[in-house]
Design a protein around this ligand. Structure first.
Ligand code: SAM
Length: 287
């Protein structure tokens, strides 16, 4: 097998020279040749897309993201298939596993949690597989920030409160302090900041925000296991949430939402169902 980084670099060079001919020929959601990288959604089996479900049901081999994918989903949709967790496996192990099964004529799917495009490290697997001659494609899923906002019964964008959404992660093993932009997103004022991969570091993240001078009363909600049977919501502020999350004992699998949208506070009716509703012609101001 080619070294994964060499495969990534070779694919990048090829893409610079010519556009992937499949772009524009196929729409997202179409079943295609190759191994699909499917977003399993946040947890509830009902939140897997119809296409994703059909592909998983037809699979002989399902390589999944371990405990981030609800075992109920695996039991309901692919109990007969061989199931392999990707946790603790590097590319050198995962890629030949999927390649060999595909070349043996088995139906292989790769199941990521949420949507594969968000903190999923899907592309490096896809590049390595494609370099080995195995085509791949993405089937999108519901990312956990969307499940968390549904749990909170709010919107991530809210008129007069939040015009933007940031999907981000805190500094840590893989993100240097200077690459952590959480404080900058908050400074913008009208952003709902959704922090992935930060459950273990809520207190530290909040302390950094306080040190940077942010209002301790800024609303924060932490949604643990959104859409799972043991889903839990902890609400508070920059000043209080750290202690509350520590008390609850959550160290993983939660989404941290910062901003007024988390509290649904102070928003205004939108133009969409006001003056805009009576206008004619196309608009992108859609629901
Ligand atoms: C490796 S990332 C994968 C994200 C995933 N691709 C997505 O789109 O949701 C894992 C992080 O996603 C978040 N996460 C995943 N599933 C979640 C859920 N059901 N509820 C809350 N957060 C979740 C947590 O922040 C967790 O640390």
């Amino acid at each position: 097998m080619t070294d994964p980084q060499d495969a990534i670099d070779a694919n990048a060079e090829r893409r610079e020279a010519e556009r992937d001919p499949r772009i524009g020929e196929r729409t997202a959601g179409e079943k295609q040749e190759g191994i699909p990288f499917i977003g399993a959604g946040p947890g509830d089996p009902g939140l897997l897309t119809v296409t994703g479900k059909e592909l998983v049901e037809a699979a002989d081999l399902v390589v999944h993201a371990g405990s981030l994918v609800n075992s109920d989903l695996l039991e309901e949709y692919c109990a007969e298939a061989e199931q392999v967790s990707s946790v603790g496996k590097d590319l050198e192990e995962l890629v030949p596993l999927m390649r060999d099964a595909y070349e043996d004529g088995r139906t292989v799917v790769r199941l990521h949690s949420g949507d594969p495009a968000i903190y999923g490290a899907a592309l490096e697997q896809m590049d390595a597989l494609e370099h080995e001659g195995v085509p791949t494609y993405i089937v999108p899923g519901v990312t956990s920030a969307f499940a968390a906002s549904a749990t909170l019964r709010t919107q991530l964008t809210l008129n007069g409160v939040a015009n933007h959404v940031a999907f981000t992660r805190p500094q840590g093993k893989t993100l240097d302090p200077e690459e952590d932009h959480i404080s900058e997103f908050l400074e913008m004022g009208d952003v709902t900041t959704c922090i992935y991969l930060g459950t273990h570091a809520v207190s530290e993240t909040m302390e950094r925000l306080l040190d940077a001078g942010h209002d301790p009363d800024t609303p924060v909600a932490v949604v643990y296991h959104a859409s799972w049977p043991d889903e839990d919501v902890i609400e508070g502020t920059i000043g209080t949430i750290g202690e509350r999350v520590e008390k609850a004992g959550y160290r993983a699998s939660a989404l941290v939402l910062i901003g007024d949208a988390a509290r649904k506070a102070g928003y205004e009716r939108s133009y969409l169902y006001g003056d805009w509703a009576n206008r004619t012609g196309d608009t992108e101001e859609d629901s």
